[in-house]
Design a protein around this ligand. Structure first.
Ligand code: IPM
Ligand code: MN
Length: 374
């Protein structure tokens, strides 16, 4: 792959978003310097910070910049002052939901990996989770999230409609089947077809294209059973395909396998634009403390590199994260006695990307309080 020139819009967002984004950008700068690519970073507002500055969670300038970008990197959105106020007219999350819809990001891809170094860290038994490698395809622009919603006139009842079209199901189902073809050839559709009509449409539609992927074994699980199976025996899963709300819930649940929500990246893709973000939220209690784990955002940046077809570069970032885990260069949620801050973990990973062989020296420098300048 030759030298690439790419424009990346960065949406740091709220809470710990700016801190974890800085580290991911640092790592991307290390990639561009090592491999000779030209990445430009365009910072824009979204979420509570955008409401404070402009009144809108997704200002037009942000949306325009994202439409023109080669990729978008997002930290997190959300602020407690809105969470406990159900009457708020504008909410930070509307920015994210609006962006997903406007950019047509219909497929959210969430890999769940049990890292050997962290098996003991998960509350689940190590022997149950060892070797887990699941890829969740969550539909992202349909279903109950985007259906008509409202209140009765006297406001004492409310509704959220869940609607799916065959087209909406087909486009993500094809992607999930194709992913299964490159992995362990197994696709599990998670739904609630014993109760919901939309779920029956999912089954019917997914079943109808299964013959196009003869090497993939398709099976089905009701979402309540799936929630249990993910914890009981996560190794049974390869690719999971599911609708928006079920995907939201089971991906947080599955994150327990990885040992920390701070490790899980995601990619949201559609026909053109693509957005990369950690699956964790804005963790407002940790804001500014330097304790947030930047790995989920850094691994999201690796998925961004995958999207640019920069395989070697993406693998280099993932290797660097593995190296940090091997060396115990982690934030406090993974080791309460750790000496490392968000920035130091990011620095270590960026440094590893530049030259893995020099990491030991660098680690000693961090311990001496001499962080490197990248
Ligand atoms: C996620 C988040 C979002 C969602 C929120 C912030 C709207 O939980 O990306 O999983 O529910 O999709
Ligand atoms: Mn979620």
């Amino acid at each position: 792959m030759g030298i690439l020139s790419k424009r990346i819009v960065v949406l740091p967002g709220d809470g710990i978003g700016p801190e974890v984004c800085s580290e991911a950008v640092r790592v991307l700068r290390a990639v561009s310097s090592r491999f000779g690519h030209e990445f430009t970073f365009d910072y824009q507002l979204m979420g509570a910070c955008a409401i404070d500055a402009t009144g809108s969670p997704l200002p037009d300038a942000t949306l325009d910049a994202c439409r023109r970008a080669d990729a978008v990197l997002l930290g997190a959105v959300g602020d407690p002052k809105y969470d406990n106020d159900p009457t708020a007219k504008v909410r930070p999350e509307q920015g994210l939901l609006g962006l997903r819809k406007e950019l047509g990001l219909y497929a959210n891809i969430r890999p769940i990996t049990a890292y050997d170094q962290l098996l003991e860290h998960s509350p689940l038994k190590a022997e149950r989770i060892r070797g887990t490698d699941i890829l969740i395809f969550r539909e992202l622009t349909g279903g109950i999230y985007f259906g008509e919603k409202g209140r009765s006139e006297d406001r004492t009842s409310a509704y959220d409609h869940c609607t799916y079209s065959r087209e909406e199901i087909l486009r993500i189902a094809h992607r999930a089947f194709k992913a299964a073809e490159t992995r362990r050839h197994q696709l599990t559709l998670v739904d609630k077809a014993n109760v919901l009509e939309t779920s029956r449409l999912w089954r019917e539609t997914v079943q109808s294209i299964a013959p196009e992927y003869p090497s993939v074994a398709l099976d089905y699980l009701f979402v309540d059973n799936a929630a249990m199976q993910i914890i009981l025996n996560p190794r049974q899963f390869d690719v999971i395909l599911t609708e928006n709300m079920f995907g939201d819930i089971i991906s947080d649940e599955a994150s327990v396998i990885a040992g920390s929500l701070g490790l899980l990246p995601s990619a949201s893709v559609g026909n053109g634009a693509a957005l990369f973000e950690p699956i964790h939220g804005s963790y407002p209690q940790a804001k500014g403390k330097g304790i947030a784990n930047p790995m989920a955002t850094i691994l999201s940046a690796a998925m961004l590199l995958d999207h640019f077809h920069l395989q070697e570069e993406a693998d280099c970032v993932r290797d660097a994260v593995q190296h940090a885990l091997d060396q115990g260069v982690v934030t406090p949620e993974l080791n309460p006695t750790t000496l490392y801050s968000t920035e130091q973990v990011g620095n270590f990973i960026a440094y590893s990307v530049l030259d893995i062989a020099d990491c030991e020296v660098h680690r000693n420098n961090i311990k001496l309080g001499m962080s490197t300048i990248i």
